[in-house]
Design a protein around this ligand. Structure first.
Ligand code: NOJ
Length: 512
């Protein structure tokens, strides 16, 4: 069994690199232009080649797709667009055969408005499922409180038939479940058991900080009225609910894991959702989604995480996901920067989450107005993965549901796998280095003095050490380092370490 420097057992997910699959855009097998579970299975080879330890698959359950799967109408079945339940079983088994663990996406805060629970709930004031959601009388002809929904507008929609309003912190098609009702808790726990029994290794939990609610649903303080609720909802009731979820998941053998989306802005606030090893195993840390491309900004982000997520709260890092522009796009389209960012992501202390296609250095697609489909304006980062340089890029259709990302042929997985200098090979080398280095996986992180436009830190675990240097400069930088070092991984170039960081270069050094 793996142990840390104190001989303590280290759960697999602390050592892991997790890869997010957005199933609509990974690989289509059926020919409808939308990715599916069989498609994912057919591309597991790519993930083995890259060396990832686990995948998190965004929702593939039955859904009317108002929010492309984050509006679930049956948690225990696969949407026909993605396949059938047996495809999920096959995929889990095929991933396990390759040593890749599988996390599924659990959406506990809201269902689809087409879920049978909500259809019943809205049918009458005394319907059996009425109290599974939040129904309230309006106030002065308007909504019951001043909460705003994530995609704009009030978080309340009136229902003519029963004359009350229902709460939805996202789209009106995503009514919020009432976790204050024990029947909801039981039904949602059954969903966890359903997937755990099918062999999944854990859950990415969608906006889990929202599930606890004060039944009085008090107004937000004046002045915060226009800020959407999702980023500020920090309600003590959630913690008890998380402890019950943790107990359930921990009952299963094999270190099943939860990684929760806690969309609060303060890292210190996110810390509390780990509990005392009795709430989330991990929470997403979204700092790097918005950190500016300067050494000072990264230094501050790292200091924040080291300060606020010390001890028991194991950090996570993520540069891109299906909700935000890809980091290469955010960084101005520069591959040089995307390469340096990859070095950072894969050498920081904490579990890194990759988003499909970042290993190909993809940028967001330019989606013409006529093809935009997402209510949150997130289509660009969800463009399909180009697998090869043919016209269909390895998809069985000419035109998938969204347009291709820029330079799809050149950036395709096949092209890059045959080019040892590609960014895909850099990711692979970084993963390999991380897997082989206890210092990178688990070691303490110490920021080192460096020129203003260079970020330098050490990772050390027992006898193992690595130095990481990242240049944000447009000039070469001479580095004065004590000791003798050689290159483990370099973001650009191959020449031996001479003490000189090239423009925009990032390097991982190991003792010579
Ligand atoms: C967070 C998910 O990542 C996002 O895609 C979704 O729209 C919202 N939660 C609502 O489920």
């Amino acid at each position: 069994m793996a142990g840390d420097e104190h001989g303590e057992h280290v759960p697999w997910w602390r050592d892991a690199v997790v890869y997010q699959i957005y199933p609509r855009s990974f690989q289509d097998s059926s020919g409808d232009g939308v990715g599916d579970l069989r498609g994912i299975e057919s591309r597991l080879d790519h993930l083995s080649w890259l060396g990832v330890d686990a995948v998190w698959i965004s929702p593939f359950y039955r859904s009317p797709m108002a929010d492309f799967g984050y509006d679930v109408s049956d948690y225990c079945d696969v949407d026909p667009v993605f396949g059938v339940l047996e495809d999920a079983d096959r995929l889990i088994a095929a991933a396990h055969d390759r040593g890749i663990r599988v996390l599924v996406d659990w959406v506990p805060n809201h269902t689809s408005d087409q879920h049978p629970w909500f259809l019943d709930s809205r049918s009458a004031r005394d319907a059996p499922h009425r109290d599974w959601y939040f129904w309230r009388d309006g106030r002065d002809g308007g909504p019951p409180n001043n909460w705003r929904a994530a995609f704009g507008g009030s978080a309340w929609t009136p229902d003519e038939d029963t004359g009350q309003w229902y709460l939805h912190l996202f789209l009106p098609q995503q009514p919020d479940l009432n976790w204050g009702n024990p029947a909801v808790v039981e039904a949602m726990h059954d969903v966890l058991r359903f997937w755990l029994d099918r062999g999944v290794d854990g859950f990415r939990i969608d906006v889990v900080h929202l599930i606890g609610k004060d039944p009085a649903l008090p107004d937000q303080p004046a002045g915060l009225g226009q800020i959407d609720r999702v980023g500020i909802h920090d309600e003590p009731r959630t913690h008890g609910l998380l402890r019950d979820i943790r107990r359930l998941v921990d009952c299963y053998p094999g270190e099943r894991v939860t990684v929760g989306e806690v969309n609060l802005h303060e890292t210190a606030a996110i810390r509390s959702y780990y509990g005392v090893r009795d709430e989330l195993h991990m929470a997403f840390n979204f700092l790097a989604l918005s950190v500016g491309w300067t050494a000072a900004a990264w230094r501050e982000a790292i200091e924040t995480v080291e300060r606020d997520l010390g001890g028991e709260a194991w950090p996570t890092w993520v540069l891109s996901n299906h909700d935000t522009p890809r980091h290469r796009t955010r960084l101005g389209g520069s591959e040089l920067r995307a390469r340096a960012a990859a070095v950072l992501l894969l050498t920081l202390r904490g579990t890194p989450f990759l988003y499909q296609g970042e290993e190909l250095g993809l940028e967001d697609a330019d989606v013409p107005a006529a093809r935009r489909v997402d209510p949150g304006g997130r289509d660009g980062c969800r463009a399909p993965i180009p697998w090869d340089a043919t016209a269909g890029h390895g998809w069985p259709v000419a035109e998938p549901w969204l347009p291709w990302p820029p330079h799809a042929g050149e950036r395709s997985a096949e092209r890059q796998r045959s080019d040892p200098d590609s960014i895909a090979h850099l990711y692979r080398a970084l993963l390999h280095e991380r897997h082989g280095s206890p210092a990178l996986r688990r070691g303490a992180l110490r920021l080192l003095p460096a020129p203003d436009d260079v970020l330098a830190f050490e990772r050390a675990d027992d006898g193992d050490r690595r130095l990481v240097l990242v240049s944000f400069s447009d000039q070469a930088r001479e580095m004065t380092l004590g000791g003798a070092w050689r290159v483990a991984v370099r973001s650009v170039g191959e020449e031996p370490w001479s003490g000189r960081l090239a423009t925009g270069e990032a390097v991982v050094l190991r003792p010579a």
